[in-house]
Design a protein around this ligand. Structure first.
Ligand SMILES: Cc1cc2nc3c(=O)[nH]c(=O)nc-3n(C[C@H](O)[C@H](O)[C@H](O)COP(=O)(O)OP(=O)(O)OC[C@H]3O[C@@H](n4cnc5c(N)ncnc54)[C@H](O)[C@@H]3O)c2cc1C
Length: 461
């Protein structure tokens, strides 16, 4: 099982039209990797433009037993859209219509290829708000966000993508079209198949339409940045802010190694003593935001912040956010190799996690650059290594130790990037064996011939 046979290729061209199917080497190469830098070449790339075309492709794939790998923008950080078993990449990019934005029902109906930021902008112009805001919002698709149950900067206050998916249309292996969920803000009829497909990483069904929940746009927003001379002080401030009844919209942390990298990358000229940064955003009614800002500033001072800057307008806020947005590219300068994980620990264990990661870096001699959504305990831990200095094996062992540490502190291996290819070998450390068996059974019910995004999530038996 890997490539569609010649007669299936002929039928794919017929189903999709000549412009929406390719076996050109440049298209195969462009669809062979994602942002996790994992790669595997497909045998063909399809760009369906309707649910009917997706259904016909899935029927054909099931008949001929070739793999199909759904793909949005390929910004995934766990290898989820990489066609490791060959077959067909099914790119949903050309299904990019915003079908409806209904301010009365507070719903949006969209195709999966719509870019997240485009929907955010459209609804905000109408006084509405779509909270899921991954760092990749400017280029990742809503289909990919839903398939990964993406989190992002605002998850600490508003929750994750799952909290905004009311219903969906999807195609299951074999070609049947299913419509799940509701377009109301509540609904409990039957099992929650929408919830099951959200976060299933393209392994159960291909999503072709989404019904999303919207909320009113918050009236006011304020951003504050704080620098600390020690990461523990910053992580204690995170725990205090979260326990104070102030739920920030975003509460981002940048550790010493990451701060150094971004200082260099953006020439920020940060003070030498700065060893950690917090970025905090608050939103809501203006009087509440002002009151909470005062509380947050008080906690930051009490926890020993050496410098606190509050933005007075959106332009200044943008300047403060610059460092956080540049983190991804900035850390690449630290070493040639990077393994990026996104573990989560309970809020009360955040200071322990930060300290123990520092200790692990000191012990292994590797740079471990950590930053991320610490307000919900979610840390992007980047284990940096020099492949040319023989550090690859050590880096992989260190990642295993980061996972063990996370589980020991009561956490989970992934807050938002998914299992994909990268975490397959590790999920047995976290999942209950009976739960894992049931998950595999569910996969078999949806996909008896194992053609949809095979070799993902579960370790080999
Ligand atoms: C700079 C940067 C910042 C990031 N920040 C965040 C962040 O803050 N929070 C976060 O959660 N993630 C973040 N990510 C990771 C990534 O952007 C998200 O996982 C995003 O949701 C992936 O969307 P995509 O369109 O690129 O999907 P892809 O990478 O193309 O696919 C991701 C998975 O979804 C499946 N899939 C895609 N479309 C469909 C569909 N229509 N039907 C069924 N399955 C489908 C694929 O098979 C694959 O398993 C970041 C990535 C980068 C590069």
């Amino acid at each position: 099982m890997s490539a569609p046979p010649p007669e299936a290729i002929t039928l794919l061209r017929k189903i999709l039209g000549p412009d929406n199917f390719s076996v050109r080497p440049e298209d195969l190469l462009a669809h062979s990797f994602d942002a996790a830098k994992k790669s595997g070449p497909p045998a063909g790339v399809a760009w369906p433009t309707s649910t009917e075309q997706v259904s016909a492709v899935m029927r054909l794939a099931d008949e001929h037993r070739f793999p199909v790998v759904p793909r949005g923008a390929g910004s995934g950080l766990s290898g989820g859209s990489v066609p490791v078993a060959g077959g067909l990449v099914l790119s949903l990019n050309r299904m990019d219509r915003v079908i409806e934005i209904n301010p009365h029902d507070l719903v949006a109906v969209v195709q999966p290829g719509v870019i997240n930021a485009r929907l955010q902008k459209m609804v905000e112009e109408m006084g509405l708000f779509f909270p899921p805001d991954p760092g990749s919002a400017e280029f990742s698709t809503l289909g990919g966000n839903v398939a990964e149950n993406a989190g992002g900067l605002r998850a600490v206050k508003y929750g994750v993508t799952r909290d905004y998916v009311l219903g969906l249309t999807a195609v299951i292996p074999g070609g049947e079209v299913i419509r799940t969920g509701v377009r109301t803000h509540k609904g409990v009829v039957g099992y929650d198949l929408t919830g099951l497909i959200v976060g299933s990483e393209g392994t159960l069904a291909v999503i072709t339409e989404l019904i999303l929940r919207l909320i009113p746009k918050p009236e006011a927003k304020r951003t504050v940045e704080a620098l600390f001379d020690h990461p523990t002080r910053a992580s204690l401030a995170v725990a205090e802010i979260m326990a104070a009844g102030v739920t920030p919209t975003a509460l981002e942390f940048i550790d010493h190694a990451s701060l150094r990298a971004v200082d260099e990358y953006l020439s920020l000229d940060l003070p030498d003593w700065a060893r950690a940064m917090l970025l905090i955003e608050l939103d809501g009614p203006p009087e509440v935001v002002d009151r909470h800002l005062g509380q947050v500033q008080h906690i930051l001072e009490k926890c020993g912040a050496g410098q606190i800057r509050a933005a007075i307008d959106p332009v200044q806020a943008d300047v403060l956010w610059r460092a956080r947005r540049a983190m991804g590219p900035a850390v690449y300068a630290l070493a040639g190799g990077k393994i990026n994980e996104d573990v989560v620990v309970p809020l009360s264990r955040v200071p322990d996690m930060v300290e123990r990661l520092e200790a692990l870096a000191a012990e292994t001699g590797l740079i471990i650059a950590s930053f991320g959504h610490l307000g919900d305990g979610n840390l992007h831990v980047n284990v940096m290594y020099h492949p040319d200095r023989g550090q690859t094996e050590l880096a992989h062992q260190t990642v295993g130790r980061v996972f063990d540490l996370t589980l020991e502190l009561g956490g989970t291996l992934s807050g938002e990037h998914g299992v994909g290819l990268s975490k397959r070998p590790f999920i047995g450390r976290e999942l209950d064996p009976v739960a894992m068996r049931l998950m595999k059974d569910i996969k078999r019910v949806f996909d008896p011939h194992h053609i949809l995004n095979p070799d993902k999530i579960f370790p080999d038996d």
